[in-house]
Structure formats: structure tokens, C-alpha cells
Design a protein around this ligand. Structure first.
Ligand SMILES: Cc1cc2nc3c(=O)[nH]c(=O)nc-3n(C[C@H](O)[C@H](O)[C@H](O)COP(=O)(O)O)c2cc1C
Length: 293
């Protein structure tokens, strides 16, 4: 049996895997490599420093692939004028998947639907998931404890089935998914896509500096700290890059403070995205076969 779900098929993906958007790190090269590898690549709109840069990124992506990709708009964290421009660019380029976070997705759902696009919204609890579902999003990303970036407090074991049982729209699993075994586990818990950030920091195409990639390889889960002192919202960071996790003093935000999730434990090398995806798929099939035997 192939590795696919009804949502991955609907989106035209070969595999039900998303390379999740990562502030500063995700880039157009990742999006195209993901598209070619059969998964969905995503980039925060703010990774293009200016609207002009975003336009040229979108032109470049469109010239390289006709497969789906996603742009993330961080509603409450983005200047409202910039947000309007980014949404207009997503309409103009008919960006296939819009990923909204940190705010009310209602307006984005309306605009995305106007150009036939799909909207995912990310949440850390059921309350926000219900609101986003009412706003009309197509799928909910449940961000569990241990995820890279801003993360929730609920274990993946509890969060994914909990959302699945209480929502009508598909659930996308995020948090500590770095291997094909965890892909299998997430699908077993009812997810229709898996949403992976930390594993893709250590990809050849990722814009992170080499020392950051190496740090992700070297760290274990004990090296990750959960704090709200970096950005005001709780998230996971590599502890020894956070000057003072208790007070946030000396913090220079995301550029110098490196975020990663507890899924660092399963990241052992920097590989091209195509190789990472091949490994995930192989391990998924091995896992399912071993469970069935
Ligand atoms: C360095 C870093 C930056 C991130 N930036 C964003 C962001 O700009 N917008 C967003 O919605 N999520 C962001 N995230 C969260 C990811 O999209 C995703 O939810 C998370 O990485 C999944 O957990 P994992 O890292 O355990 O795979 C970021 C994560 C990391 C590691």
C-alpha cells in the first residue's frame, strides 16, 4: 500500500508530508526541492524581506515547478500593510496552499477560496481549532509539545486523536516528527498530513548557517528549552543559544537564538531534501511491514 491519504491526493502530493514553514530558514530552493520530491514545501511570507522580493520568489518558484507549494502568513506577527500585500501576491500567483497562524483566518479563507486555494491553520489546542474550523479552513495543523518554533503543551499522543475526534476537517500532525516511524505513528493517530520543521533544518537546501545545522545534529532532546522569553509566545529553542531562558535578557530574537524541537534526537545528518524524503518513505514502509508481521 502506498504512502498517501485523501488530503495528500486531493492536493496532488505524492506523499502526505509538509516541510513546515520556518522563519528566516525556509527559502524558495526548499519549496522547489520539496515539490520535486513529492511533498509540500512551505515558507513564511516574511522570509522575503520586501514585497518585491516575495514577488520575485513567487515568479522563480512558478518558473521551476507546476507542483503545489505553500506560503505561511503569520497574521498577528506581521505588519498589517505587509500582510495585505502578501495576501494579494498569494491571490495573484494563485499560491496553492495558504498556511495561516497567530490570528483569525476568516479574511484569508475568503480570499484563498476566491482563487481556488486551500487553507491550513495552525493551533495548539481545541478551542482555537474550533474557531478556525468555523472560519472555513480546510485543515487544522495541531502543533504538539516538543515542536520546533512556537509550540503547544499537549503531547502528540493526546493532541492528534483529540483534534481528530472533535473536528470535521482533516488534522495535520506537527511536533517531533523526524522519522518514517513517526510518520506512521502520526497517521495511525488520525493525521492526514505530517508537518515537519526540525528535520528539514538539516537539509542541504535550508538557509540555516552550517553551525546551526550541525547543532541540530549534535543536540538531544534534553538540550531543548521551552520558554516564552524569546518572542512572548512559548516555543522551543536550543538552550545554549538562549542567553537567559528565565528572563530573556540579552536575547536578540530568532536570528541569534536558534529554534528547534525535541525531534533533534532523530536528526543525524545534513541531506538533500530528496534523500530525506526517500528515507522517510522507506522507513514508513519498513515500520508498517514490521507491525503487520
Ligand atoms: C526555526 C523555526 C522557525 C519557525 N518559524 C515558523 C513560522 O514562521 N511560522 C509558523 O507558522 N511556524 C513556524 N515554525 C513552526 C513549524 O512550522 C512547525 O510547526 C514545527 O517545526 C513542527 O515541529 P518539529 O520542528 O518538531 O518538526 C518554526 C519552526 C522552527 C524550528
Amino acid at each position: 500500500m502506498g504512502l498517501s491519504t485523501s488530503l495528500s491526493r486531493k492536493l496532488g502530493l505524492k506523499y502526505p508530508i509538509v516541510a513546515a514553514p520556518m522563519f528566516i530558514l525556509s527559502n524558495k530552493e526548499m519549496l522547489v526541492a520539496c515539490a520535486e520530491a513529492g511533498i509540500l514545501g512551505a515558507m513564511p511570507s516574511l522570509n522575503a524581506r520586501t514585497p518585491e522580493a516575495m514577488r520575485s520568489d513567487l515568479e522563480w518558484i512558478r518558473s521551476k515547478t507546476d507542483k503545489p507549494f505553500a506560503i505561511n502568513m503569520t497574521i498577528g506577527l506581521t505588519d498589517p500593510d505587509r500582510l495585505q500585500i502578501d495576501a494579494a501576491l498569494c491571490e495573484e500567483f494563485e499560491v496553492p496552499v495558504w498556511i495561516t497562524s497567530y490570528g483569525n483566518p476568516t479574511e484569508f479563507v475568503r480570499r484563498a477560496k476566491g482563487v481556488g486555494s486551500t487553507v491550513f491553520h495552525d493551533v495548539v489546542n481545541l478551542k482555537h481549532a474550533m474557531k478556525a474550523q468555523s472560519a472555513g479552513v480546510d485543515a487544522i495543523i495541531g502543533v504538539a509539545a516538543g515542536a520546533g518554533g512556537h509550540a503547544g503543551r499537549i503531547s502528540p499522543y493526546a493532541l492528534f486523536p483529540y483534534l481528530n475526534a472533535n473536528l470535521d476537517v482533516p488534522v495535520i500532525a506537527a511536533g517531533c516528527i523526524s522519522t518514517g516511524r513517526q510518520v506512521a505513528a502520526s497517521l495511525a493517530l488520525g493525521a492526514e498530513l505530517v508537518y515537519m520543521g526540525t528535520r528539514f533544518i538539516a537539509s542541504t537546501e535550508c538557509g540555516a548557517e552550517e553551525a546551526y545545522k550541525q547543532k541540530v545534529i549534535d543536540c538531544g532532546p534534553e538540550d531543548i528549552v521551552y520558554t516564552n522569553k524569546v518572542s512572548g509566545v512559548h516555543g522551543n529553542f536550543i538552550a545554549d543559544t538562549v542567553p537567559n531562558p528565565e528572563t530573556g535578557e540579552g536575547a536578540k530574537r530568532w536570528k541569534d537564538i536558534w529554534s528547534a524541537g525535541q525531534g533533534v534526537v532523530d536528526v543525524h545528518d545534513v541531506q538533500p531534501i530528496e534523500t530525506i524524503v526517500e528515507g522517510l518513505v522507506r522507513e514508513y514502509h519498513d515500520t508498517v511491514a514490521a507491525l503487520g508481521s
